[in-house]
Structure formats: structure tokens, C-alpha cells
Design a protein. Structure first.
Length: 424
């Protein structure tokens, strides 16, 4: 196993670092307000903030890193080149290509600007705070819903409505309330939570048990099948760590204890167990969520096979997706039902960018451990992340992929930024 990257500390960071992470997490295509909100003001505001942040980072950094041949810089240039190649060969110039490259560039800049320690520390603090708030709101929504009714109602691009508390979203459209925090869906929120657990377990010297407990509780409240499967994969990866120090053994026992208690609660509550796991049963294959995820794989794979080299391109993909779903199930499904990032990337951009996307995922996983079995389970976790939601335009996703291409820094080094330590 790699030596942990981050030691426990109470180091204080400049306000600018917290503002950057506020943008990464809150002003994101992953959130309800800036991802699916039908109010165009939020969309325009997001573009303005991204532009300001891009200009600030470019202006405040040593621009020599843009010409230095590092694995991360070459990765960004290759991603941009492959995306533009798809646009060129499909003879289309949709703004989606510009935005995709822009978000990757912003992720690349942020991964240069922040050290590993800054990235991990501040991310975990933000997710911990979000988790505490979302759990409290979840409890109130399920016990005293009248408190939630005083907040404004907003509709997203699909017509679904939520109560917008600013720091959390609450939807009463289903038979039960699920914890979605600030995000557009519980399935997106669970990605941020499981990622936080990965950082705690595989990138820190001593995991914060309080943080872990809160993250796991928040995962339970999402009532997401994919969330539990991903969590199990992360636990399995950690159990295969060969380090037998006293702290590691205690951590394993702590996680096993939480898992046993949690699973016992699920079994004791037949209704909760059914809500989470019945969606993957054979009798529920026609369930909207399960159907969308299955079709996202099959339709996109068929599209990819017919557009193997350069993909369909962004502009024509929605129409083509509808035609292929019609052939498969007799229904032309809207592209909004497409939830699989990996197969979508292959379908839209073709084999070259699709393969490089997988490589970036693997590069991130390699940062966690030298053990193949640990990397295997963490890669499965990443596949679950990218198969559960369309994250092509997610700033956090692009940052994570760029961050994964950075060279793993020397432990206890004072500054682990890419322009200092990264190498091909």
C-alpha cells in the first residue's frame, strides 16, 4: 500500500481555497440549482463564476506549467485534442465541445493550484459540513414535513419539483423522502460521499472516525442502491490492505462493526430493505430507474459500435439515442434518461477519447494503493460512479480525472503541486 498522503492536522487555510471549493462543489452541474434548475439565471451565473475563476487562476499562477511536459498537462492537451477531433470529423461545432474542454481546463488549473493536502483537507471539511446539514434536514423532512413547506418550490428541467432550502433540497414527489443534499439527485450525492470515504481510508495517515461515521450515515439516508454497492466495494478494498499496524486493524474492525450494524438495521426494516434492493430484482427490471440504467449501457454500446472511431458527436447524439432505444424496447427515450458516463463518452467521442477516459480513471485509482486487488475494487467503485450518473460536464469529475494524472507526491513535502512535483 502507498504511504498515506495526508497527516491529521488542524492547519488553517486562506479563504481563497475555501472559495474555490465552494465553486467546485456548490456551483456545479452536479447540483440542483446549477445542474438541472430551469431558471436560466443560475446557468448564466455559473458561467460567469467559472470565467472569473479561470481568469483568476491563470493570472495568479506561473504560466510556465502550461508548456512543461508533465503527465497532467499532456493529459489535458490530449483530451482537448480528441474532443476537437470528434467535432471536426462529425463536421459540427456545438458549444458543448467548448464547455467540455473548458471544464477540463478549469479542473487542470485547480489541480495545479492546490496541493494534495489542501485538496483533501478542504474537500473532506466541505463534505462533512454538507453531510451534517443534509442528515438534519432529512430527519426533519421525515418527521415534521410542515417545516419544509415554508421554503420556496422550484422545478427542474424535467418538471420535477423540490423545496429549495439553499443548503439542501427536499423532494416529496416520491413515496419517501431521500437525502439529496444540494445535488440534483441522491445518486450524485452518494458519489461525493463515497469519494470522501475513499480519501479518508486510502489517502490519510489516520482516518477521522467521526467523519467516516457521518459519511456512512448520509449514504444510508440517500436510499440509493448504487450507493450501497459502491460502499461495499470501498470496504472490500480496505479490507485487502496488508498493513497490519494496530491503527489499521482497529480501523478495519470499526468499519466491519458499522457495516454489520447498518446491514442489521436494513434487514430489520423490511420496507427500507425493499426500497434499496428491490430495484435490482428480476421482478423490477421494468422499474424506471433500472430500465434507464440498463438502456444507457445497451443503447450507447450499440451506438458506439456503429460509430466506432469518432463517435456520433454531441449535436446528433440525443436524436440517435432516441432511435436506438426505440429499436431496443419500442420506446424512444429522451436523452435525459441516459445515466452512464462511460458508455456515453464512447458513443459520442469514439474509441480514442473513450479509452483515454478509462485511462484517467485508472490513474486516479493507482494513487490509492500499489496492490492490484485494492485497485481492482476501487476501479469497480469508479465504474459504479460513472455508470450511475452522466458526469461529463461535472467540474468535480474533471478535476478528479486531472488530479489522478498528477505524480503522487513525497509524504511530508511542503508543497505537492503539479508544477513542482509532476513528471511524465
Amino acid at each position: 500500500m502507498h504511504t498515506s498522503l495526508v497527516e491529521n492536522s488542524k492547519e488553517k487555510y486562506s479563504l481563497k481555497y475555501y472559495i474555490i471549493f465552494f465553486v467546485i462543489i456548490f456551483i456545479s452541474d452536479d447540483t440542483y440549482n446549477f445542474g438541472t434548475n430551469e431558471n436560466t439565471f443560475y446557468l448564466l451565473f455559473k458561467y460567469f463564476v467559472y470565467l472569473f475563476l479561470t481568469l483568476y487562476l491563470v493570472g495568479s499562477m506561473n504560466l510556465k506549467f502550461l508548456t512543461v511536459s508533465t503527465k497532467s498537462s499532456l493529459g489535458f492537451y490530449l483530451a482537448a485534442f480528441l474532443i476537437l477531433t470528434t467535432a471536426f470529423f462529425n463536421i459540427e461545432f456545438s458549444g458543448g465541445y467548448v464547455y467540455q474542454i473548458w471544464v477540463f481546463f478549469l479542473g487542470f488549473l485547480i489541480s495545479n493550484f492546490l496541493s494534495y493536502k489542501q485538496f483533501l483537507d478542504i474537500y473532506l471539511k466541505f463534505i462533512y459540513g454538507i453531510s451534517i446539514i443534509s442528515i438534519l434536514v432529512f430527519l426533519i423532512a421525515n418527521t415534521i414535513p410542515s417545516v419544509i413547506y415554508i421554503f420556496p418550490i422550484q422545478a427542474n428541467s424535467a418538471g420535477a419539483t423540490v423545496y429549495n432550502l439553499g443548503v439542501c433540497m427536499v423532494s416529496f414527489e416520491n413515496a419517501y423522502v431521500r437525502n439529496m443534499s444540494i445535488f440534483r439527485e441522491p445518486g450524485v450525492y452518494m458519489i461525493y460521499l463515497n469519494l470522501a470515504i475513499i480519501f479518508e481510508l486510502f489517502f490519510k495517515e489516520k482516518p477521522n472516525k467521526r467523519y467516516l461515521l457521518v459519511f456512512i450515515l448520509a449514504i444510508f439516508t440517500t436510499v440509493s442502491t448504487a450507493a450501497f454497492i459502491a460502499l461495499i466495494m470501498v470496504f472490500m478494498a480496505y479490507l485487502f490492505i496488508k498493513n497490519k499496524t494496530k491503527s489499521i486493524v482497529k480501523n478495519k474492525g470499526y468499519l466491519i462493526g458499522i457495516f454489520v450494524v447498518g446491514f442489521t438495521v436494513l434487514l430489520a426494516s423490511g420496507e427500507l430493505y425493499s426500497l434499496i434492493f428491490d430495484k435490482i430484482g428480476k421482478d423490477n427490471i421494468g422499474d424506471g430507474s433500472s430500465l434507464a440504467r440498463g438502456i444507457s449501457v445497451l443503447a450507447n454500446f450499440n451506438i458506439f459500435l456503429d460509430n466506432f472511431v469518432f463517435g456520433t458527436g454531441i449535436k446528433h447524439f440525443p436524436e440517435i439515442f432516441g432511435k436506438y432505444t426505440l429499436d431496443l424496447i419500442g420506446i424512444s427515450m429522451d436523452v435525459g434518461n441516459n445515466t452512464n458516463t462511460i458508455t456515453t463518452v464512447f458513443a459520442i467521442y469514439g474509441i480514442f477519447y473513450g479509452s483515454f477516459f478509462i485511462y484517467m480513471m485508472l490513474s486516479f485509482v493507482k494513487k490509492a494503493s500499489n496492490l492490484f486487488i485494492v485497485r481492482f475494487f476501487l476501479f469497480l467503485t469508479m465504474v459504479i460512479f460513472y455508470s450511475n450518473e452522466d458526469l461529463r460536464y461535472s467540474l468535480m469529475s474533471c478535476l478528479l480525472l486531472m488530479w489522478g494524472l498528477k505524480k503522487r507526491p513525497t509524504v511530508n513535502s511542503s508543497d505537492n503541486r503539479l508544477l513542482i512535483n509532476d513528471a511524465v
